[in-house]
Write a protein that binds this ligand. Structure first.
Ligand code: GTP
Ligand code: MG
Length: 452
């Protein structure tokens, strides 16, 4: 794999933001400009991700980037549709992404998913830049395809420029409201103290050279030491999705952030109950465009190195969870690795309080989404776990001091028979639903009725 020379891995960049603000378009534009300008195939499509090697970054960035100043291999972009799947982008260290690009439509400004994303970025301490997208929609905009933003900005009329300025300052104001000091990126000296705002257009490619330059520079300056990993060591990754795939059965779409995974490796995967211990049957990546007409969508490869997006086919994956860890056992003890995975699952990043309700959900992603909804509704959560409602959850609920907290809210889970009986005996109320907001609403109604 060309994207991992030496022992510096590719930084993982999450692209996130409100629906329709242009995340996918921006990635398409990066892919497209590189294919037109240079040799096709330099950019490789991964499962759930796109790898942009350094030579492509420097090609797109033109005079903005001198490739000899860098030794990181490039950037691996993850496109995150919708905010719920973004909440599954977690890893051992907290956030799966090393850096993030928060895409904001300059016309729309902050929207609910923008705020949701900011909150996750803040919680996980993930460094990010803001791509102020769709600058081409400013009335009267005169585009210069793929130009650096300052060049094209200066070529606009005063009227267009001041309209853009106004929108950018609104955005900077909104960022400030969210607790982040920010400025147009060329005025930022210290990217750790200030968020860089980069005006871009995914439609015309304007500002895309700047975006790649800033990301590459940030990664090189601030993240190089974190990228020094043992790339031949046992692989570690996060499950993005568990999917049925014809001819393979249940498969895992994984972002590998550390080490190497090989065909035949024993892996441990976080699951609903016990972690799954299984063996890699196939490692799959998407076929290159030229070969796409063949029946098979995937190419079976012998090994993959971090950072990468890949599909793992293996037996017994039925109970695997999106958002859960995947570990290659390597020459370690299986039991040790199982413990590691269990410990990680136990500490899902849900804020819990001393006093509150118990919540259970079917996946890590939905658990976090449920916990977020609870937080918005200001319902305190004492314990949040993945799995069916079991007697020990009832025992946990009985420790609540306030009777209105002697409850368990279950999202997409079953209630085990003995848990139901125990709940009856102990006077613990159970709520279950497969709609998050329904669950929150049912609980709120229950509280209101009690207080009447
Ligand atoms: P979700 O994945 O659904 O959350 O949306 P997204 O953020 O990936 O947005 P997407 O890239 O699908 O873009 C949404 C719409 O905005 C599409 O119709 C794009 O063509 C349009 N769009 C995206 N970027 C730009 C831009 O820079 N300029 C203009 N004029 N349109 C854009
Ligand atoms: Mg999209």
């Amino acid at each position: 794999e060309s994207e991992s020379p030496g022992d510096l891995r590719t930084p993982i960049v999450a692209v996130l933001g409100h629906v329709d603000h242009g995340k996918t378009s921006l990635l398409d534009e990066i892919r497209g400009s590189a294919v037109i300008d240079g040799e096709a195939g330099a950019i490789t499509q991964h499962i759930g991700a796109t790898a942009v090697p350094l030579d492509v970054v420097s090609e797109v960035a033109g005079s903005l980037v001198d490739p000899t100043e860098f030794d990181l291999p490039g950037l691996l972009f993850i496109d995150t549709p919708g905010h719920h799947s973004f909440s599954t982008l977690r890893s051992r260290g907290g956030a799966l992404a090393d850096i993030a690009v928060l895409v904001v439509d300059v016309n729309d400004g902050f929207q609910p998913q923008t705020e949701e994303a900011i909150r996750i970025l803040k919680d996980t301490g993930t460094p990010f830049v803001v791509a102020a997208n769709k600058v081409d929609t400013i009335p009267g905009w005169n585009p210069t395809e793929n130009a650096p933003i300052k060049q094209t900005y200066e070529a606009q009329t005063d009227r267009v420029r001041s309209q853009l300025d106004e929108k950018l300052y609104e955005l900077i104001g909104e960022l400030s409201g969210a607790g982040f000091s920010s400025d147009l990126y060329w005025r930022v000296q210290d990217f750790q103290a200030n968020i860089g705002v980069i005006p871009v257009s995914a439609m015309t490619g304007e500002g895309v050279p700047d975006l790649l330059t800033v990301l590459m520079g940030l990664a090189q300056r601030y993240m190089k030491s974190e990228m020094e990993v043992n790339i031949d060591g046992p692989g570690a990754g996060t499950v993005l999705e568990v999917k049925d795939e014809q001819g393979f059965g249940k498969t895992l779409d994984v972002i590998l952030y550390d080490g190497t995974v090989r065909k035949g490796d024993t892996i441990v995967v976080g699951a609903k109950n016990q972690p799954i211990v299984t063996e890699v049957r196939a490692l799959l990546k998407p076929r290159e465009l030229a070969e796409i007409r063949t029946e098979k969508r995937f190419e079976d490869v012998p090994e993959m190195q971090a950072a990468a997006g890949l599909k793992i086919a293996a037996p017994d994956l039925d109970d695997a969870m999106a958002g859960a860890p995947v570990r290659v056992v390597g020459d370690r003890d299986v039991a040790t690795v199982v413990e590691e995975v269990e410990a990680e699952l136990a500490e899902v990043a849900v804020e819990t309080a001393e006093e509150g309700v118990v919540v259970k959900a079917d996946t890590l992603g939905s658990l976090e989404a449920l916990a977020n909804a609870m937080q918005e509704a200001e319902i305190p959560v004492m314990s949040a776990e993945v799995g069916d409602i079991a007697p020990r959850d009832v025992a946990m609920a009985t420790t609540a001091d306030d009777d209105k907290h002697r409850t368990i809210l279950g999202f997409n889970v079953d209630v085990l028979a003995d848990a139901e009986r125990k709940a009856d005996e102990e006077n613990v109320r159970l709520f279950d639903s497969d709609v998050i907001y329904q669950l929150v609403e049912d609980y709120e109604t229950f509280v209101e009725e009690r207080e009447r």
